[in-house]
Design a protein around this ligand. Structure first.
Ligand SMILES: NC(=O)N[C@@H](CC(=O)O)C(=O)O
Ligand SMILES: [Zn+2]
Ligand SMILES: [Zn+2]
Length: 347
């Protein structure tokens, strides 16, 4: 039987939600990953040090016994976030990053930033403190086609932002296009990108051809095959600017399977199996460890994990549904499908 051992990975972008959901999401993510950057798009969003610390405590209550997992917390940037909010969170070491959601771009982004002009105090403080800005990189202009929103964001928002704050560390989250992969690979230091497993494995045909599949709907939306190929190229290039971020984003079944469904794919259960599948298909399994377990820690200035995990080549079936909040079900990505890699635990 084929198997590979790699340094235990970290997830540099995940949604764990809150309340009852944590009993489901936290054990899944803590099973495979040693640390995770936890997104702050709760209702209401996590906007200050106390909220971040309290949220971390609620997460820790659901880490199973004998499992070693550390949530790395983030603040949600709003028009009102000021230098004092950043300073307070940084000096207490309560957060590892700040998240920018353009207002209206994605799930729970109503409190997001309407214009970065409002955020000068916060961004200047982050730049001097070395606190990374994590970016949902899509414009929200109704006139911009949904398939172009990431590429337009780079030109209209990201490049001017970097000109204004050249030392600000930025992660372009969940990149989905050739434009993003090329921009991150070729521009000035201080930028990196996370890539999800689903954007490495699927293109928009998987979501739309032969019937509409809501569990493949996430933002930024799956793009055409040539973009998926560019992402595979970036992830397997060995370039330390690219690292793992699942963007696992649970939504209860009734809110996905409906006339106007929520964006988000749930992959926390089987993330490393999906990444291994994508890297194997690309003939690049030897690059999986650096992408999953080394590059992200280096960007965040954190030590690499000491434990190792094992992935084995073995068929198993993804459950067709998982228990979730309020008696509802959570449909994972790949529900009912057979995967050929299996996570076999810490070794
Ligand atoms: N990726 C998604 O499609 N959804 C995320 C939000 C986000 O990461 O944009 C969510 O919170 O559900
Ligand atoms: Zn996002
Ligand atoms: Zn996300």
């Amino acid at each position: 039987m084929t198997s590979i051992d790699i340094i235990q990975p970290d997830d540099w972008h995940v949604h764990l939600r809150d309340g009852e959901a944590l009993a489901h999401t936290v054990p899944h993510i803590a099973n495979q990953f040693a640390r995770a950057i936890v997104m702050p798009n709760l209702k209401p969003p996590v906007t200050n040090r106390t909220m971040a610390q309290d949220y971390a405590t609620r997460i820790m209550e659901h880490v199973p016994e004998h499992v070693d997992f550390t949530p790395l917390m983030t603040l949600y940037l709003t028009d009102k976030t000021n230098a004092g909010d950043i300073n307070c969170a940084v000096s207490a070491n309560a957060v590892k990053a700040v998240k920018l959601y353009p207002a209206g771009a994605t799930t729970n982004s109503d409190s997001g930033v309407t214009s970065l002009d409002h955020c000068d105090g916060a961004l200047s403080m982050m730049q001097s403190a070395g606190l990374p800005l994590l970016v949902h990189g899509e414009v929200t202009d109704a006139n911009v086609d949904i398939f172009d929103r990431e590429a337009v964001f780079i030109d209209k928002v990201l490049i001017p932002l970097r000109a204004r704050y050249p030392k600000l560390k930025i992660v372009l989250e969940h990149i989905t296009t050739r434009a993003a992969a090329e921009y991150v690979a070729t521009s000035e230091d201080g930028i990196a990108a996370t890539i999800t497993a689903h954007h490495l494995l699927y293109n928009r045909n998987h979501m739309l051809a032969g019937g509409i599949r809501p569990h493949y709907y996430c933002l930024p939306i799956l793009k055409r095959e040539s973009h998926r190929e560019a992402l595979i190229g970036a992830a397997t290039s060995g370039n330390p600017r690219f690292f793992l971020g699942t963007d696992s984003a649970p939504h209860a079944q009734p809110t996905k399977e409906t006339a106007c469904g929520c964006a988000g794919c749930y992959t926390a259960l089987h993330a490393m199996e999906l990444y291994a599948t994508a890297f194997e298909q690309a003939g690049a399994l030897d690059k999986l460890e650096a992408f999953s377990s080394i590059h992200g820690a280096a960007f965040y200035g954190l030590p690499v994990n000491t434990r190792k995990i094992r992935l084995v080549k073995e068929d198993w079936q993804v459950p067709s549904e998982l228990p979730y909040i309020e008696g509802q079900k959570l449909i994972p990505l790949n529900a009912g499908e057979t995967l050929s890699w299996k996570f076999a635990g810490i070794v």
